[in-house]
Every structure is written in structure tokens, then in C-alpha cells.
Design a protein around this ligand. Structure first.
Ligand code: NAP
Ligand code: HSE
Length: 429
């Protein structure tokens, strides 16, 4: 049996999951690939820490001992961060190693440089674990959808925010309270900014949309907005409107360009994504031939993410056996313009407090009519001190039109407060 040797850069949550899978499923993996796959070395910072599934692995804090080791065939980067991960992957590729990475932050920022280096060296660079943990969405986009022109991807691709919104919905609790619990339970990181502000989902969406639309989409192209302004009242009104609130990652290929955006949105309860709760992820992909498809599973965690990494290792091993490394490169043959935020088209939910007096609603309706916006539904509830709380739900319009209406509204003397503006996704499902 041929022997393939792995060097891990990192042996934390994901790295130890990879070692666990390669140990526990060794017989099946080796038989399926007709190869003896062994982890030789792992890079860590703390050499004194006890590590699970580490029998036979040499731990080092010197990356060159892995990158320069002539016996190592595949370098698996599961250390995270931008540097030194970027330099180490480049060095590994330039040194003739194939590379597997789980690092979405790095790919979303430096993907083109890394893929170009892999191509120049005729090496593989695989990244299934970078989006939605254990869900095999990258392989599906690279292989299973290639007969299609994909029109849209709508995903719940951040487990932390889905856990928070689900708990707020199910238990009526507020954002800060659930975030605290998510941190205590280890779902949310000590610094949760990247998750709750939509940046993590934005990076993942850049990767998915590049593959889906055969064009280079970078994180800077993605409009990202987080969930920290969502309140229990918004969730309650969404319920009245037959919707749930989710942090959606949306990529649409439209005649005037690509819309790539991450933001909280009201989603009709009948949409399959509306039932995806807790830390689970799901991705809804529409192709012109296949129609609507949905992928569901665990978006993070040691074994789900390890599963994606090991599937990449197995693919690289098969490529090495066939002598076809470096063939699976991304094919960015299209060049679409990225649409500006003002041109996004969605429905809107606007919750506001105004004076409860004659002509007030008529005036508000006029601001929206002047911007060419039509209402879908309206909820009004009397509040104390001669105020009323109003929820306006618009038919789809351009964001630029909404901004015009909000500008007029903001200068209206009878307006007390705009609590929140949330997009409503009914278009294109
Ligand atoms: P982690 O638990 O923090 O593990 C990181 C590992 O890398 C640790 O073993 C750490 O060593 C080592 N390391 C980090 N920087 C190092 C440096 N400069 N020199 C030497 N060793 C270094 O991280 P993780 O959760 O496994 O995540 C790894 C990657 O997978 C990240 O890119 C992440 O975005 C991605 N990912 C993670 C998940 C998930 O569920 N965790 C899901 C999808 C993708 P020590 O152990 O000594 O500290
Ligand atoms: N912080 C990420 C999430 C981990 O909550 O989904 C997986 O990338």
C-alpha cells in the first residue's frame, strides 16, 4: 500500500478532529484510497499541552520542520488567522506540497494569490471546511452543479448568529442575554464581532459566490450587516407577519450584476431555511437545470469540520494516485459587475413610533409614494402618551428608493423614532 504523509499546521478544535477521524476510520479510509494515510507532524504553540489522538505524531513549534520535511506530501492548515498561515501555505505550495485549508478568513482575503501559487506549482489547494463546516457545499459547487447556471444562493452560514436568533425567537429573550449564554456555552467566541456583525458569513459568501458564478468575488464586494439591532419586538412582529428573522447570506446573479449581501431578514415561515435552527447551517442553491436544492448540517465543531478536511485529504490522495494534482483549479471566466447597495431590490420592514394624530399616517404614506414604494401590509398599535407604533412592510423596491423615503421620514416633526429597518426576502424563492 502506498504511504501518504500529512503535516498539520495547528492541532486545536479542527486539527484534533482530523486526527480523530483518521484514527477511528483508518481502515475504511485507507481501504477506499488504497493508501496508508499518516499524520507525521503537527505545528502548535504550546508543546506542553496534552493532545487527544496524538499517538505517533511529532509536535513542533517550528513551521519549517513541516514545510521543509521531504516526507510530507500534504500540508493541512488548520491554525487560522491571516499570518503566518498565508506565508506558510505559500511556502508549502512553492515547496511542492499539496495543501488543504479550513481558513475562510484567509481565502476571502488572499484567495487569488494562493490559488495562483497552487496553479504555478501544479499543486492542489482544497478548502471544503472553509464554508459551513461539515456540509459538502464546496464539492457540490465545484462538481455537482457544473451542468447548471446558478441563479442564486441563500444560506444560513453562521452558526453563532443562528443560535442567537433561534433562542430569541423560541424564548423571547433579548440579544445581549442570549449572546452571553452563547459565549458561556462556547458557541460564540470571546470576541464575537466577526460572527454577530455578519463578517464571518460575508467571507464565506465571497467563497461560495466565486465558485457558483465563476467570477472572483472578494470579501470587500460583500455588503455585510449584523444582528445586534434585532429586538424581541421585531421577532414578535415577524411572527405576526408569518415570518422568522434569520441572518441570511444572499448571492444573486441578475441581469445588471451580482448582488452579494449578508444581513438579517424576515423570511416567510414556509421557506425551508426558516426551519433551520440552533447552530445548524443550511444553503439553498438554485440552478437553471436542477431547480431548487438545499444542503443542511453542522456548520462547525471538531468532527463535522474535520470530516470536511479529511474528505479533501482523500481527494488529494486520489489526485496524487492519478497524477492529476493542480487540475481542480477555479475557473473564473466570467466578469460580472457587483451591484451597489442602492440597487439591491427587496421588501422592507420598518418599525417606527409616531404621534397618533390625524393626517400622520397619510403624510408617511406620501413619503413612500413619492419614492415609488408600495405597501404590502401595515400594523398599527396604540402606545402611551398619544403615540402609535407602526410597522410598514413594503413590496420589493430598490434600496435607493427606501433611503429617499426614510430621509423624508427622518425630517418629519411627528416622527418619534425609527426602531428598525429590516429587509424582507420573498423575491426569487
Ligand atoms: P483553534 O482551536 O484555535 O486551533 C488552532 C491551532 O493552531 C492550535 O493548535 C494552535 O496551537 C495552533 N496555532 C495557531 N497559531 C499558531 C502559530 N502562530 N504557531 C503555531 N501554532 C499555532 O482553531 P480551530 O477552531 O481549530 O480553527 C482552525 C481553522 O479552522 C480556522 O481557520 C477556523 O476559521 C477554521 N474553522 C473552524 C471551525 C470550527 O468549528 N472550529 C469550523 C470551520 C472552519 P495551540 O494549541 O498550542 O494553541
Ligand atoms: N464562528 C463560525 C460560526 C464557526 O459561528 O458559524 C464556523 O465557521
Amino acid at each position: 500500500m502506498k504511504k501518504i504523509t500529512i503535516g498539520l499546521l495547528g492541532y486545536g478544535t479542527v486539527g484534533s478532529g482530523v486526527a480523530s477521524i483518521l484514527t477511528n476510520n483508518r481502515y475504511d479510509i485507507n481501504t477506499r484510497t488504497n493508501t496508508d494515510i499518516t499524520i507525521k507532524k503537527a505545528l502548535v504553540r504550546n508543546l506542553l499541552k496534552e493532545r487527544p489522538f496524538s499517538e505517533g505524531i511529532i509536535f513542533t513549534d517550528k513551521p519549517e520542520e513541516i514545510i521543509m520535511d521531504p516526507e510530507i506530501d500534504i500540508v493541512v492548515e488548520v491554525m487560522g488567522g491571516i499570518e503566518p498561515a498565508r506565508s506558510l501555505i505559500l511556502a508549502a505550495l512553492n515547496n511542492g506540497k499539496n495543501v488543504v485549508t479550513a481558513n475562510k478568513d484567509l481565502l476571502a482575503l488572499h484567495g487569488s494569490e494562493l490559488f495562483a501559487t497552487a496553479e504555478q506549482n501544479g499543486r492542489d489547494l482544497y478548502f471544503e471546511a472553509s464554508v459551513a463546516g461539515g456540509i459538502p457545499i464546496i464539492a457540490a459547487l465545484k462538481q455537482s452543479f457544473t451542468a447548471n447556471r446558478i441563479s442564486s444562493i441563500v444560506g444560513i452560514i453562521n452558526g453563532t448568529t443562528n443560535f442567537i436568533l433561534s433562542a430569541m425567537t423560541e424564548q423571547g429573550r433579548d440579544f445581549a442575554d442570549v449572546l452571553r449564554e452563547a459565549q458561556e456555552q462556547g458557541y460564540a467566541e470571546a470576541d464575537p464581532t466577526s460572527d454577530i456583525e455578519g463578517l464571518d458569513a460575508g467571507r464565506k459568501l465571497a467563497i461560495l459566490s466565486s465558485l457558483a458564478f465563476n467570477t472572483q468575488v472578494s470579501f470587500n464586494d460583500v455588503y455585510a450587516e449584523g444582528i445586534s439591532k434585532i429586538s424581541p419586538a421585531d421577532i414578535q412582529y415577524a411572527e405576526e407577519l408569518g415570518c422568522v428573522i434569520k441572518l441570511l447570506a444572499i448571492a444573486k446573479n441578475q441581469e445588471d450584476g451580482l448582488e452579494v449581501r449578508v444581513h438579517p431578514a424576515l423570511l416567510p415561515k414556509k421557506h425551508p431555511l426558516a426551519t433551520v435552527n440552533g447552530v445548524y447551517n443550511a444553503i439553498f442553491v438554485v440552478g437553471d437545470a436542477v431547480g431548487a436544492t438545499m444542503f443542511y448540517g453542522k456548520g462547525a465543531g471538531s468532527l463535522p469540520t474535520g470530516s470536511a478536511v479529511v474528505s479533501d485529504i482523500i481527494q488529494v490522495v486520489r489526485n496524487m494516485a492519478a497524477g492529476s494534482e493542480g487540475q481542480g483549479k477555479s475557473n473564473f471566466y466570467r466578469h460580472y459587475p457587483i451591484k451597489k447597495v442602492e440597487d439591491f431590490t427587496t421588501g422592507y420592514y420598518i418599525r417606527l413610533k409616531v404621534k397618533d394624530e390625524p393626517r400622520v399616517f397619510a403624510t408617511i404614506a406620501l413619503f413612500f409614494a413619492e419614492a415609488g414604494i408600495s405597501f404590502n401590509s401595515i400594523i398599527q398599535k396604540p402606545r402611551s402618551n398619544n403615540n402609535a407604533e407602526i410597522v410598514l412592510v413594503t413590496h420589493p423596491c430598490k434600496e435607493g428608493q427606501l433611503r429617499q423615503a426614510l430621509q423624508s421620514l427622518n425630517s418629519y416633526s411627528k416622527l418619534n423614532k425609527i426602531y428598525n429597518v429590516i429587509r424582507l426576502e420573498t423575491n426569487g424563492f
